[in-house]
Design a protein around this ligand. Structure first.
Ligand code: PXG
Length: 299
């Protein structure tokens, strides 16, 4: 049996059984809040600053003041990992609007709450990283920019949850979400890439893709390998006829796709570009990041 986790809530660590928030927290009542999912590998937090920046940008976009500085947030995160003596794992940072009355107004919430969970995550069976996963198109569309911006990682993930249900009911591992114009946006918690004739394509952020941090890392790795990398709108046709398809995300990492809407992709095996980028991704995650256990260097 593993030890119960220690969870950070508003500056204090609690055993997981005692880690509780109010039923009047607007994060629960209205999905009013933002979050980040971050991985740490080999005692280092991967792309720490980029995740922290995105958290604060999400909060800014919903007019939510995070009640601590970015450096205090990083410290809370490192402390939580250390308190659980973890070396490889997954961090969930959550900022909720805080406790208020029944009623939508966020102005009746005195102070935002910060929750840090450090644990582990396994999104897909290990087998899919070898063989590729099964994808289907979902009917639920990615919300457009004239609703809540799809760039905000809010506590309101219901359209993604609905799409995930559709994918699982279709006996697939993951679902493709189109935008309201019918172009491919992304999957329910991952960005998507196409390889065709040696060129790599991914939908642009304005097509409804989250500005994924793994997506950015993979673009950098692909460019370092000399691939042409093109951000362009794509329909299902470009996905059906791809030589290779793969997904990226903090939780998913880099995962090949074998079947999309019952079409076998490429040879039906993870292709050479996907394999190369997956190997490069493993390398960069194992060797870079913000140290968790080393004493901070005072300059
Ligand atoms: N699209 C969406 C909608 C996401 O939520 C990504 C793409 C990938 O972005 P990053 O920055 O992680 O490369 C995400 C992030 C989960 C889970 O439990 C999903 C995410 C993060 C944490 C957990 O499925 N998705």
């Amino acid at each position: 049996m593993s030890q119960p986790l220690k969870i950070h809530i508003d500056g204090q660590l609690f055993d997981e059984a005692d880690a509780k928030i109010s039923v009047f927290d607007h994060g629960l009542l209205y999905g009013d809040g933002v979050f980040e999912g971050i991985r740490f590998y080999n005692d280092r937090v991967f792309r720490c600053d980029e995740h922290i920046d995105r958290l604060y940008d999400s909060a800014k976009a919903i007019h939510l003041e995070v009640p601590m500085s970015k450096s205090a947030m990083v410290e809370a995160m490192l402390e939580t990992i250390r308190a659980n003596d973890l070396h490889d794992g997954y961090i969930r940072l959550i900022v909720t609007r805080g406790v208020g009355g029944l009623g939508l107004s966020p102005y009746r919430c005195d102070k935002a709450s910060v929750i840090v969970i450090a644990s582990t995550i396994a999104l897909y069976d290990p087998e899919v990283y070898e063989k590729g996963l099964k994808l289907v198109t979902c009917a639920t569309r990615r919300p457009s920019h004239d609703t809540l911006s799809p760039a905000v990682k809010s506590l309101n993930y219901l359209s993604n949850v609905m799409a995930k249900i559709e994918a699982l009911q279709a006996k697939a591992d993951e679902g493709v979400m189109l935008n309201t114009a019918g172009y491919v946006a992304e999957c329910t918690g991952d960005n998507i890439f196409v390889v065709k004739n040696g060129v790599i394509y991914t939908p642009p952020v304005h097509a409804g893709a989250l500005n994924g941090i793994t997506r950015k890392v993979v673009i950098e790795l692909a460019e370092a390998r000399g691939y042409d990398m093109i951000e362009t709108e794509m329909s299902r046709y470009e996905l059906y006829t791809a030589d290779e398809l793969f997904l990226t995300g903090t939780a998913a990492e880099v995962v090949p796709v074998r079947i999309y809407d019952e079409r076998v992709i490429g040879s039906g095996e993870p292709g050479p570009v996907t394999r190369q980028l997956l190997a490069d991704f493993v390398e960069i995650t194992q060797t870079t990041g913000t140290p968790i256990y080393e004493a901070a260097v005072v300059s």
